[in-house]
Write a protein that binds this ligand. Structure first.
Ligand code: MN
Length: 720
């Protein structure tokens, strides 16, 4: 275990501005907070945060990060609170600790790779400071180093899988190759112990066979370069068991065929020297075709720069050689963490690093400028996305602003189409709720349900919008066909004709309609009139026009209603409860609600508008007989949703007047959807109130109850 003064010394060795007092306090605070807690290894728990801090000193991270490492488990695992951390160590450290705590609560619950990618993005999206991620990686590294002490195999496996799928690739993306290698090695040993041991065994045999091959080749390469006047640092290393294994898997080769299990690295001062060294190596040894990669002129997306080549080396063995400058080497080993080292004035060559930082930002699909990144050291990547879990732990990526409806459609079109509600983290929420990172979303479904056209106003994904529109289009078309058929049937019946297949076929031909559905659709949307259809089927026939000269509208309309009522309302078109965007609309002038006597007016291109039979606006249609349609409420279909009835109320202008009104309405299960003052006097004020009700009876009940209330002087339903 690293001792207090050792840790402080390490930090001050690379950071002259070390806040020693802060580190000392964090060390003591953490030790006290963790108290007698023990790790699975039997060590005091406190050894863990210290080791994590120690790992981060290798990366020359700043004081706030080291203090965070010391404190990173105190909020989650001890009685310490974030407020306390804030008081004692300041807001910067508190924010970092909070970030690490949040990340620790996320857990990969699925093994599928597709989701692993989204999970990595989720971690990135939640770390708004990259130092949070660095502490998390160091934390994971130490946990992996001590993984073997965990007794439960299942738990070890879960952690190892998570490491392999999430944390090792994250380290890779951040350019932290050392951490990635070690994480992979440790996870591989847990997940595939047999293969791990077998490969190590073989590597050992090979090593014994070749004697001190690494040393000899290093010596020969060094001499060759020296003769050419290039000063270089040369090192050789054996490939790690996991990378050998991956290679065997990927290239489907046997161990014996893996010739280049050792790699040599030539580190020089300048870029021209890299190419010079390359020329010398290629001049001296035979190259293996197809193995040359120049990541100096074309860096890897994580900023990695180096030249790779494979030659038949001094020992007549395939040998990989990497050539790079010292600076490239440091970046390759330390990745994004190198930024802090340079920020602290260790080097004046901030330029290349600055450029290098752009690269990971690009991989991480970050759109903002890198300058901003440098300035705030913020990880603003994926700020335009949000990542949520399905109940099974699958991670779904959505654009920011997405709602449970978008989520449902992202899972499956059928899930979206049958969505009736949603739970976020176990709580029922409105469907328009904006999702946040890490939310677990549970979609409530009903097989009899269908998309609500109003969803279109809040969904943000194209997929959801397209599905909702497609649904509306289909529903609307079916509705238009139904209406068109009813309209044609009416005019035929009124003129005493039967609709026959031949007749309809003839009409279709004349109007170049594919089939009767298309014909009825044309009538339903008002493109064709029923009169045109009748005339085509029976040339010379006049459509029935029983109205003749129409007198005062108020007198005629109830009579008209009676006409159809007398016939038992036999050809009235049943109207279901209102679905916005459908072919049938409730007129905004008279607010018809189930139970009202109603009439339909066919409007051009918009289907049918339903008015109450005494609506004043009907007057304008008196001369257009063919547009009238007898309609009735479809009682059997049941009512879908509520209807808005409008009333006018005269309320006493005294304390409690308004509350009397609203409580009477609420008591009678009515919901006020709008309220407007129309007149305000000294003793009374007049208002219009829109109330969601089930039907006319419901509204009448409410009106009666209001009339009974002493604070309410007068109540009427408003129409037109
Ligand atoms: Mn930890």
């Amino acid at each position: 275990m690293i001792r207090q003064y050792e840790l402080v010394e390490r930090v001050s060795s690379y950071d002259p501005a070390t806040d020693e007092e802060l580190l000392n306090r964090a060390y003591v605070f953490s030790m006290k907070a963790h108290g007698a807690q023990l790790r699975a290894s039997g060590d005091p728990y406190f050894s863990h945060p210290i080791e994590v801090a120690g790992i981060l000193t290798d990366y020359h991270l700043d004081c706030a990060t080291i203090a965070t490492a010391l404190l990173h488990d105190t909020v989650e695992d001890t009685v310490a609170t974030l407020d306390e951390i804030d008081d004692l160590f300041g807001s910067e450290v508190a924010k970092l600790v909070d970030g690490v705590t949040k990340l620790s609560k996320l857990e990969l619950r699925s093994e599928a790779n597709r989701e692993a990618e989204n999970f990595r993005k989720l971690l990135l999206a939640m770390s708004d400071d990259i130092r949070v991620l660095l502490v998390k990686l160091a934390d994971r590294l130490h946990n992996m180093r001590t993984l073997r002490f965990l007794k439960k195999r299942e738990k070890r496996q879960r952690i190892a899988i998570e490491t392999m799928e999430i944390y090792a690739p994250l380290a890779e993306r951040l350019g932290m190759r050392q951490i990635r290698d070690e994480l992979e090695t440790l996870a591989f040993a847990e997940l595939n112990a047999d293969a791990h041991d077998a490969i190590n065994q073989r590597l050992k045999l090979l090593r014994e066979d070749a004697g001190n091959m690494v040393e000899r080749v290093t010596g020969e390469l060094g001499q060759t370069l020296e003769e050419a006047g290039i000063e270089a640092e040369i090192s050789g290393r054996e490939k790690k068991a996991y990378s050998v294994w991956r290679k065997m898997e990927r290239d489907r080769v046997e161990f014996e065929q893996l010739a280049d299990i050792t790699a040599f690295r030539i580190v020089v001062d300048t870029v021209p020297q890299c190419y010079q060294a390359l020329g010398i190596v290629h001049g001296r040894y035979r190259t293996v075709p197809g193995r040359f990669r120049d990541y100096i002129s074309t860096p890897k997306r994580n900023g990695y720069r180096s030249i790779h080549t494979t030659v038949i080396g001094p020992e007549r063995q395939r040998t990989e050689v990497q050539i790079r400058t010292r600076e490239m080497h440091e970046v390759a080993e330390f990745g994004v963490a190198a930024h802090w080292a340079y920020k602290q004035g260790q080097s004046t060559s901030a330029g290349p690093h600055y450029r290098w930082l752009q690269e990971p930002l690009e991989i991480l699909e970050h759109a903002e400028s890198p300058e901003e990144f440098l300035e705030h050291t913020k990880l603003a990547m994926f700020q335009d996305q949000v990542f949520c879990f399905t109940p099974k732990g699958e991670v779904i990526a959505l654009p920011r602003g997405a709602t449970p409806v978008d989520f449902a459609y992202a899972v499956h079109t059928q899930v979206g189409d049958s969505c009736v509600g949603a739970k976020i983290n176990g709580r029922v929420v409105p469907l328009r709720t904006e999702l946040a990172n890490g939310n677990q979303v549970d979609i409530l479904r009903s097989s009899t349900s269908h998309p609500d056209p109003s969803w279109e106003s809040f969904v943000v994904t194209g997929r959801a919008r397209a599905a909702i529109r497609r649904f509306i289009r289909n529903r609307e078309r079916a509705e238009h066909i139904r209406l068109g058929r009813a309209i044609v049937e009416k005019v035929f019946r009124q003129s005493g004709h039967e609709i026959t297949e031949e007749g309809v076929g003839h009409v279709c031909k004349v109007f170049k309609m594919k089939d009767e559905d298309e014909l009825y659709h044309a009538v339903g949307i008002g493109q064709l009139t029923s009169r045109q259809v009748l005339h085509t089927a029976f040339p010379g026939e006049r459509p029935w026009s029983g109205r003749g000269a129409i007198g005062a509208i108020n007198r005629v309309l109830p009579a008209r209603w009676r006409t159809s009522a007398d016939k038992g309302n036999g050809h009235a078109v049943p109207i279901k409860g209102l679905i916005p965007g459908m072919a049938v609309h409730h007129a905004p002038c008279c607010h018809p609600i189930p139970g009202d006597r109603i009439v339909g007016i066919v409007t051009r291109g918009k289907g049918v508008m339903i008015h109450t039979i005494d609506c004043a606006s009907l007057e304008q249609f008196t001369e257009e007989d063919e547009r009238w349609l007898d309609v009735k409420w479809d009682v059997e279909a049941g009512e879908e949703g509520l209807h808005v009835g409008r009333i006018r109320a005269l309320v006493v202008n005294e304390p409690g007047g308004l509350s009397a009104l609203s409580s009477v309405i609420a008591k009678n299960r009515g919901n006020i959807s709008n309220l407007r003052f129309t007149n305000r006097g000294a003793h009374f004020f007049e208002m219009t109130v829109d109330i969601e009700v089930e039907d006319v009876k419901h509204l009448t009940d409410i009106i009666t109850a209001l009339r009974a209330s002493p604070q309410i002087n007068d109540v009427d339903r408003i129409r037109g």
